[in-house]
Design a binder for this molecule. Sequence first.
Ligand code: NDP
Length: 283
Amino acid sequence: MAAQLLDGKVMAAQLREEIAQRVAALKAEKGITPGLAVILVGDDPASQIYVKNKGIGCQQTGMHSETIRMPAETTQAALEDEIRRLNADPAIHGILVQLPLPAHLDEAAALAVIAPEKDVDGFHIQNAGCLLNGLPGVVACTPSGALEMIRRTGVDLNGKEAVVVGRSNIVGKPMALLLLQENCTVTVCHSRTRDLAAHTRQADILVAAVGRPRFITADMVKPGAIVIDVGINRVDGKVVGDVDFDAVREVAGWITPVPGGVGRMTITMLLANTLQAAERSAL
Ligand code: NDP
């Protein structure tokens, strides 16, 4: 039997409705409109699309949004000054620096300048440290969106075998930590993993964050598994995931499509993080 589809469009729409209601309540009760500022350096076409979609998300949920466009030749000092200005702006509750930055800029140094309470991407080292220590903080949007999709299967996660393929700071590692918090037994695989398929075949929950088109094939998947495809790859002008969707859906119990899966949830979690930052600012 084909896997049940974990539809990011449907889940994101439900969540955005809830967010819009909370935004309206915050405005009515405290006079605060959550504000998101996105800094876009240069003119990378994919980044332009992501930034546009973030603005649309803010509009849909009643939030204020600003896009600060800076030229590709922006200096590190000018970028950091802009971040500091936004740190001090009370109308802005979330700051996002759209990645990747042009090669001459230091991403880690720029992210470190963002006030941790306004770091709605959850990439600041303080927020990453909070996740590691199980303390409250801002959680990176893609893994928190993926976890929300896993939760919505209704499966009891306690003691489940979870395998995360990919160990990046923005997806793989935080994903593994979130699954650990859910009491899964977590294995993290990467490019040096020996016999990857032997690991993935044990997974009740398999998260692919590799960046290689259709890399996870049906023979690598345990029957009935929850398969979360984080990958976004462009092949012949088409967007495909890291999972060979058509074949894997015949084996898995649940599966996320690409497009229309985790990507939809990512921007929604960014909106949720911005709302939470605004709610905290009112305390
Ligand atoms: P990175 O390139 O930073 O990390 C990729 C990871 O995959 C690395 O840990 C790497 O291992 C591992 N890997 C590469 N080749 C293999 C292999 N042959 N076997 C096992 N592991 C391998 O990518 P990101 O984590 O940033 O992104 C992953 C994917 O998710 C990309 O397609 C990206 O576009 C997508 N993405 C989607 C988002 C969304 O909103 N849906 C948001 C962010 C990313 P090693 O560490 O050893 O090099």
